[in-house]
Design a protein around this ligand. Structure first.
Ligand code: NAD
Length: 212
């Protein structure tokens, strides 16, 4: 694939381009704070930046008329609505977490939530000190899957790529499920899978669950 990255100088941008290159793909276009570089027209765009870059991303997708994979967190309801509209014209994959483990975590919540009525449920998330949004998009996804108002506690520590735990407790016991991303490679692998999936797909809005 000849691909482009919005936020190509960032932590995720670099991890994604390293993995994509290892798999024989070519970074031909990029956009970051200091502007744009362009060697060729990209066949697919990937956005791991910030919500304030979103409008630019939408304009670039329209300009190149190519599929979009977007992992940027902290998007507003309006921005998600815009993505769903954009997906009428190109394939769009959006997820706040591109790791396989978190997809399995979501399925575990489906199993647990019906059997733990009346239990206390809380979520904790820990991320590196540079993370801008709080709580994390993943914690919000886990909460949404619980189908009720679950408190989320956030820690910002060192260089942690992403830890999430859900605690469920009645008066006699505590059940917890945890996920730890060991490196950003876990997310990059999911982005590569998504890119390969979406290249020849019909227009539409896809999540990472659809892909795996
Ligand atoms: P980062 O800060 O290292 O990278 C962001 C990049 O965007 C930087 O290179 C920065 O220069 C660029 N940028 C910022 N403002 C810009 C602007 N106005 N114009 C152009 N470029 C701009 O962050 P990161 O750790 O790589 O994370 C990027 C995003 O991806 C965050 O929203 C993060 O929460 C999210 N993320 C998502 C997943 C997932 O699986 N969905 C996983 C990890 C991180």
């Amino acid at each position: 694939m000849k691909y482009g990255i919005i936020g190509y100088k960032g932590r995720m941008g670099k991890e994604i381009s390293q993995l994509f290159e290892e798999n024989g793909n070519q970074l031909v276009w990029g956009y970051d704070k200091d502007g744009e570089f362009s060697k060729e027209v990209p066949e697919i765009l990937i956005d791991f930046s910030l919500p304030e870059v979103f409008e630019k991303t939408v304009n670039y997708v329209k300009k190149f008329n190519v599929p979009l994979i977007i992992g940027t967190t902290g998007l507003s309801d309006n921005q998600i609505y815009t993505l769903k509209n954009l997906a009428k014209n190109v394939p769009v994959v959006q997820s706040y977490n591109f790791s396989i483990g978190i997809q399995l975590f979501l399925k575990m919540i489906d199993v647990l939530k019906d059997s733990t009525n009346g239990w206390d449920v809380e979520i904790t998330e820990t991320h590196h000190r540079f993370k801008k949004d709080k709580p994390s998009g993943t914690a919000k996804m886990l909460k949404e899957r619980c189908g009720k108002d679950v408190p989320i506690s956030s820690l910002r520590l060192g260089n942690v790529p992403g830890d999430h735990t859900i605690y469920l407790s009645n008066l006699g016991e505590v059940l917890s499920i945890s996920h730890r991303a060991l490196s950003r490679r876990a997310f990059a692998e999911g982005v590569l899978k998504s890119a390969e999936f979406v290249m020849n797909k019909d227009n539409g809005f896809y999540t990472f669950s659809d892909i795996i």
